[in-house]
Design a protein around this ligand. Sequence first.
Ligand SMILES: Cc1cc2nc3c(=O)[nH]c(=O)nc-3n(C[C@H](O)[C@H](O)[C@H](O)COP(=O)(O)OP(=O)(O)OC[C@H]3O[C@@H](n4cnc5c(N)ncnc54)[C@H](O)[C@@H]3O)c2cc1C
Length: 291
Amino acid sequence: MDFRLTPRQADLKRTARELTETLTAYETDCEENNGLTARDHAAIRDAVLASGLQAVNMPQEWGGAGLTILEQVIVQEELGQLTGALWDTVWRPANALRFCTPAQRARYLEPVIRGERRDCYAVTEPGAGSDPQNLATTATRTADGWVLNGEKWFVTVGDHADFMIVLAAAGTDREPTLFLVDKDTPGIEMTRVPRFMHTFVYEHPEFTFTEVHVPEDAVLGGVGKGYDITRSWFTEERLMIAARTTGAAERALRLARDWAVERKQFGSPIADFQLVQGMLADCAVDIAVNR
Ligand SMILES: Cc1cc2nc3c(=O)[nH]c(=O)nc-3n(C[C@H](O)[C@H](O)[C@H](O)COP(=O)(O)OP(=O)(O)OC[C@H]3O[C@@H](n4cnc5c(N)ncnc54)[C@H](O)[C@@H]3O)c2cc1C
């Protein structure tokens, strides 16, 4: 099997590396202040648009970069070198938004692709983590739409996003269904912003939904389609996490190698010691295998 990159893939990797280098300048601020200022976010948005790497998972006809999965992985691997989850400033709309109707696309997806709006995905609940079928959030039919009640946890980018994709059990048959919900809809409250062990440029807040009225056309992808669409979202998201961890490991190895060459003990660089060499070699092998 030939693992060499094609010229196009090598070009993409170079572009992603240049964007990564630009974003590296924000790492210390993000770490020290647990996030960035609105001004920083605006500057990053311009840099992302200039790189052409916005919405890598969306078709060019809608304004995305239109990359294949392998090409997206190449980009994500480079971005994964960033600390503070700064890779997440290079927006990649939830693939669930591909199920938008043309009207929903114009209102939600296309502005996300352009960097004017931001989505977040609310599946997890206090009693529904690995098992989202244990969903307690409900959507009840009204004369002209639906009313949502429930609670969502771990909503990544929920602080920054202006609309949410919400999974709820719809109707008396409790059909798993996704809803497009503007975050300023009455009845939505951001109840808690828990601290995590990591530094992340955005937060993972918790939300409650109390009698949140949404119109009929808030349904995304059809009533009852919520699990299938969410599964494909998790698949894409987890695959990209894997790619980013490879990039993070590559950077860690580079730093460790540089330190081993620079640091002297017992009269020579510690890189001269066989056990240190062995650990660095094991890291390089693990990274190659994971890639
Ligand atoms: C940083 C971060 C970002 C997140 N972002 C989002 C988001 O944007 N939107 C969203 O909706 N959710 C998000 N989540 C939630 C995430 O999807 C859940 O944490 C995940 O589904 C697991 O649920 P849980 O934490 O409740 O763990 P639990 O489901 O309670 O699992 C606890 C432990 O039991 C294990 N376990 C569970 N079931 C089994 C089984 N059948 N067999 C063996 N072991 C099992 C798990 O592996 C885990 O170790 C995020 C979580 C984190 C940490």
